[in-house]
Design a protein around this ligand. Structure first.
Ligand code: ZN
Length: 189
Protein backbone atom coordinates (compact mmCIF):
# COMPACT_ATOMS: atom_id res chain seq x y z
CA UNK A 1 0.00 0.00 0.00
CA UNK A 2 1.61 3.21 -1.10
CA UNK A 3 0.97 6.36 0.85
CA UNK A 4 0.00 9.34 -1.25
CA UNK A 5 3.07 11.56 -1.25
CA UNK A 6 1.28 14.60 -2.57
CA UNK A 7 0.40 17.36 -0.12
CA UNK A 8 2.72 16.14 2.63
CA UNK A 9 4.44 19.12 4.27
CA UNK A 10 8.15 18.60 4.84
CA UNK A 11 11.02 20.61 6.26
CA UNK A 12 14.64 20.74 5.06
CA UNK A 13 16.42 17.46 5.71
CA UNK A 14 13.26 15.35 5.77
CA UNK A 15 13.48 12.02 3.97
CA UNK A 16 11.04 12.02 1.04
CA UNK A 17 11.84 8.77 -0.74
CA UNK A 18 14.55 6.77 -2.45
CA UNK A 19 16.21 7.12 -5.84
CA UNK A 20 14.66 3.80 -6.79
CA UNK A 21 11.18 5.21 -6.36
CA UNK A 22 11.67 8.75 -7.66
CA UNK A 23 13.98 11.14 -9.43
CA UNK A 24 14.93 14.30 -7.56
CA UNK A 25 13.12 17.42 -8.75
CA UNK A 26 13.09 20.98 -7.41
CA UNK A 27 13.80 21.33 -3.71
CA UNK A 28 15.01 17.76 -3.38
CA UNK A 29 18.54 16.42 -3.18
CA UNK A 30 19.85 12.87 -3.49
CA UNK A 31 22.34 11.48 -1.01
CA UNK A 32 23.46 7.90 -1.41
CA UNK A 33 20.19 6.71 -2.84
CA UNK A 34 18.00 8.64 -0.44
CA UNK A 35 16.07 11.79 -1.31
CA UNK A 36 15.77 14.66 1.12
CA UNK A 37 13.80 17.89 1.16
CA UNK A 38 15.87 21.06 0.80
CA UNK A 39 13.14 23.46 1.75
CA UNK A 40 9.86 23.76 3.58
CA UNK A 41 6.97 22.91 1.37
CA UNK A 42 4.56 20.44 -0.10
CA UNK A 43 5.76 17.20 -1.59
CA UNK A 44 4.62 16.73 -5.14
CA UNK A 45 5.14 13.77 -7.49
CA UNK A 46 4.51 14.12 -11.22
CA UNK A 47 3.74 11.48 -13.85
CA UNK A 48 7.43 10.95 -14.57
CA UNK A 49 7.89 9.96 -10.90
CA UNK A 50 9.85 13.13 -10.30
CA UNK A 51 9.51 14.20 -6.68
CA UNK A 52 9.65 17.90 -5.78
CA UNK A 53 9.11 20.10 -2.78
CA UNK A 54 7.11 23.17 -3.71
CA UNK A 55 7.56 26.21 -1.48
CA UNK A 56 4.75 26.65 1.00
CA UNK A 57 5.60 30.30 1.51
CA UNK A 58 6.36 32.83 -1.14
CA UNK A 59 9.94 33.93 -1.40
CA UNK A 60 10.28 37.64 -0.59
CA UNK A 61 11.06 39.40 -3.87
CA UNK A 62 14.20 41.03 -2.50
CA UNK A 63 16.02 37.72 -2.25
CA UNK A 64 17.73 36.61 -5.40
CA UNK A 65 20.85 34.77 -6.40
CA UNK A 66 23.91 36.51 -5.05
CA UNK A 67 22.02 38.34 -2.29
CA UNK A 68 23.93 38.24 0.97
CA UNK A 69 21.68 37.50 3.92
CA UNK A 70 22.01 37.17 7.67
CA UNK A 71 20.17 34.45 9.48
CA UNK A 72 20.12 32.36 12.58
CA UNK A 73 20.94 28.66 12.60
CA UNK A 74 17.79 26.91 13.78
CA UNK A 75 18.73 23.30 13.36
CA UNK A 76 21.58 21.08 12.25
CA UNK A 77 20.73 17.97 10.29
CA UNK A 78 23.21 15.52 8.90
CA UNK A 79 23.45 17.20 5.52
CA UNK A 80 21.99 20.67 5.98
CA UNK A 81 21.96 23.55 8.40
CA UNK A 82 18.50 25.13 8.63
CA UNK A 83 18.72 28.92 8.82
CA UNK A 84 15.90 31.36 9.50
CA UNK A 85 16.57 34.51 7.52
CA UNK A 86 16.70 37.72 9.52
CA UNK A 87 17.70 40.35 7.00
CA UNK A 88 19.36 41.12 3.72
CA UNK A 89 22.81 42.71 4.03
CA UNK A 90 22.58 46.32 2.91
CA UNK A 91 18.85 46.44 3.70
CA UNK A 92 18.98 45.60 7.42
CA UNK A 93 16.19 47.97 8.30
CA UNK A 94 13.82 46.06 6.05
CA UNK A 95 12.94 42.93 7.92
CA UNK A 96 12.19 39.81 5.96
CA UNK A 97 8.49 39.59 6.69
CA UNK A 98 7.54 35.98 6.13
CA UNK A 99 9.30 33.55 8.46
CA UNK A 100 11.64 32.35 5.80
CA UNK A 101 13.83 29.32 6.18
CA UNK A 102 16.83 28.61 4.06
CA UNK A 103 19.37 25.81 4.06
CA UNK A 104 23.11 25.47 3.80
CA UNK A 105 24.05 22.11 2.39
CA UNK A 106 27.20 20.49 3.79
CA UNK A 107 28.88 20.87 0.38
CA UNK A 108 28.35 24.66 0.41
CA UNK A 109 29.82 25.42 3.82
CA UNK A 110 33.43 25.99 2.84
CA UNK A 111 36.08 25.04 0.34
CA UNK A 112 37.41 21.69 1.39
CA UNK A 113 35.96 18.71 3.13
CA UNK A 114 33.42 19.08 5.92
CA UNK A 115 33.35 16.13 8.26
CA UNK A 116 30.30 17.14 10.23
CA UNK A 117 28.17 20.26 10.27
CA UNK A 118 28.43 20.47 14.06
CA UNK A 119 32.06 21.50 13.65
CA UNK A 120 31.08 24.40 11.37
CA UNK A 121 27.90 25.79 12.90
CA UNK A 122 26.11 25.83 16.22
CA UNK A 123 22.38 26.19 16.81
CA UNK A 124 21.51 29.89 17.34
CA UNK A 125 24.68 31.10 15.61
CA UNK A 126 24.27 34.16 13.45
CA UNK A 127 25.54 33.49 9.94
CA UNK A 128 26.20 35.61 6.90
CA UNK A 129 25.58 33.68 3.70
CA UNK A 130 25.09 34.16 0.00
CA UNK A 131 21.97 32.97 -1.80
CA UNK A 132 22.97 30.45 -4.47
CA UNK A 133 19.45 29.29 -5.31
CA UNK A 134 16.71 31.81 -4.68
CA UNK A 135 13.86 29.44 -5.42
CA UNK A 136 14.93 26.61 -3.14
CA UNK A 137 16.55 29.12 -0.77
CA UNK A 138 19.92 27.44 -0.69
CA UNK A 139 22.79 29.39 0.81
CA UNK A 140 26.56 29.19 0.68
CA UNK A 141 29.14 30.30 3.24
CA UNK A 142 32.18 29.37 1.16
CA UNK A 143 33.65 32.85 0.73
CA UNK A 144 36.02 34.35 3.26
CA UNK A 145 33.67 37.02 4.57
CA UNK A 146 30.82 34.51 4.87
CA UNK A 147 30.09 32.15 7.72
CA UNK A 148 29.43 32.58 11.42
CA UNK A 149 29.49 36.21 12.57
CA UNK A 150 28.28 35.64 16.12
CA UNK A 151 28.22 32.52 18.26
CA UNK A 152 27.46 31.54 21.81
CA UNK A 153 29.26 29.12 24.07
CA UNK A 154 27.49 25.75 24.00
CA UNK A 155 27.89 25.48 27.75
CA UNK A 156 27.36 28.89 29.37
CA UNK A 157 25.85 30.87 26.46
CA UNK A 158 28.44 33.68 26.69
CA UNK A 159 29.42 35.23 23.41
CA UNK A 160 32.44 33.45 21.97
CA UNK A 161 35.51 35.48 21.06
CA UNK A 162 37.62 34.77 18.05
CA UNK A 163 41.15 33.52 18.63
CA UNK A 164 42.85 32.72 15.37
CA UNK A 165 40.93 29.92 13.74
CA UNK A 166 38.84 28.95 16.72
CA UNK A 167 36.31 30.56 19.05
CA UNK A 168 36.85 30.60 22.77
CA UNK A 169 34.65 31.27 25.75
CA UNK A 170 36.30 33.65 28.16
CA UNK A 171 34.13 32.49 31.00
CA UNK A 172 34.52 28.72 30.89
CA UNK A 173 37.60 28.43 28.64
CA UNK A 174 35.70 26.22 26.25
CA UNK A 175 37.02 26.15 22.69
CA UNK A 176 34.72 25.66 19.72
CA UNK A 177 35.21 25.43 15.98
CA UNK A 178 33.12 27.17 13.35
CA UNK A 179 33.21 28.19 9.71
CA UNK A 180 34.09 31.67 10.90
CA UNK A 181 33.40 34.70 8.75
CA UNK A 182 36.22 37.16 8.28
CA UNK A 183 33.73 39.62 9.76
CA UNK A 184 33.22 37.66 12.97
CA UNK A 185 32.41 39.92 15.91
CA UNK A 186 32.20 43.07 13.79
CA UNK A 187 28.43 43.30 13.98
CA UNK A 188 25.86 42.31 11.42
CA UNK A 189 27.59 43.76 8.35
ZN1 ZN B 1 31.30 29.27 28.21
Amino acid sequence: MEKDKNETIVIPGDFVGTSEEFTAGNGVCAEEGNLFALQIGEVSVNEQREISVLPAVETPPVIKEGTVVVGRVEDLKEMVAVVSLACVVGKEQREIVAPTQAVIHISNVKTGYVNELQQEFGVLDLVKAKVIDAKALRLSTEERDLGVIKAMCGKCKSELKRKGNVLVCERCRREETRKISYDYGKGVV
